[in-house]
Design a binder for this molecule. Structure first.
Ligand SMILES: O=C(O)c1ccccc1NCC(=O)[C@H](O)[C@H](O)COP(=O)(O)O
Length: 263
């Protein structure tokens, strides 16, 4: 499956990155940076559905999404259009992102910035902090229970929020058992890339929404989807493709969330 291929590549990439930038250098780079912004308060807006607007050039399922990709311009437009937080893909081979995009994006906005990557090693948590991330993605399907616990603890110690991603009931139980406070329900099946919002609707009933912040991720395409998620009590929607494919991604976000306009 694609996740296995991505993770194999990530392991090789990490080995060379650790040689180029040793951990103690990364720790030094993080010193003196402002404290990360907490993600949960930004995306828990009473009665509203917040949007985490994602910037990415490409994806394994859809190929190139945005030809003249300028993540700084995109995220500035997202913030102006009312995004609650930004998600930035930093994975290089499959999404054509880059860690530098995170540095540039963080400088361009005042809302929390999530590093969207495939995090499988404590080194990447230190790296995310040094690059200026406020939050990191932890994918339960990519981690052993012990590693999930270790990375969650380390991220917390460094002040980073964790979006803990699940796709099945089993993964959700694991995430909750390891103290996840923000759960991302991924609507995308990583075996066949099919997205289905009923993944969110099935799992949300198993979550105490007073205690846990819930983000629905992937395949959210229009205002109808946003309304259905809002009605079920989801706190935030993470939207990528539907926005970056727009000639004006900020306008795309406005259209997606403006319930007075048609469409
Ligand atoms: O998007 C993919 O093809 C993909 C494949 C394998 C692992 C992860 C993948 N996507 C990462 C994401 O989580 C999405 O970028 C994110 O949820 C936004 O989804 P969308 O709104 O459908 O672009």
């Amino acid at each position: 499956m694609i996740l296995d291929r991505i993770l194999a590549h990530k392991r090789a990439e990490l080995a060379s990155r650790k040689r180029i930038m040793p951990l103690n250098e990364l720790e030094k780079a993080a010193q003196g940076l402002p404290a990360p912004l907490p993600l949960a308060p930004s995306i828990r807006r009473s009665g509203e559905l917040a949007v985490i607007a994602e910037t990415k050039k490409a994806s394994p399922s859809k190929g190139i999404l945005c030809k003249n990709y300028n993540p700084v311009k995109i995220v500035a437009a997202y913030e102006q259009a009312g995004a609650a937080a930004i998600s930035v893909l930093t994975e290089e081979k499959f999404f054509l992102g880059h860690p530098c995009h995170l540095v540039l994006v963080k400088r361009a906005v005042r809302i929390p910035v999530l590093r969207k990557d495939f995090i499988i090693d404590p080194y990447q948590i230190y790296e995310s902090r040094a690059l200026g991330a406020d939050a990191v993605l932890l994918i339960v399907a990519a981690l052993s229970p012990a590693l999930l616990a270790e990375l969650t603890k380390l991220a917390g110690d460094l002040g980073l929020s964790c979006l803990v991603e699940v796709h099945t009931e089993r993964e959700l139980s694991q995430a909750l058992a390891y103290g996840a406070e923000i759960i991302g329900i991924n609507n995308r099946n990583l075996h066949n890339f099919v997205t289905d919002l009923s993944v969110t609707f099935n799992l949300i009933d198993l979550i105490d929404l007073n205690k846990i912040t819930v983000v629905s991720e992937s395949g959210i395409k229009n205002k109808g989807d946003i309304l259905r998620l809002k009605e079920r009590g989801v706190h935030a929607a993470l939207v990528g493709e539907a926005l970056v494919r727009c000639a004006e991604p900020g306008q795309g976000l406005i259209k997606l969330t403006d319930f007075r306009a048609g469409g």
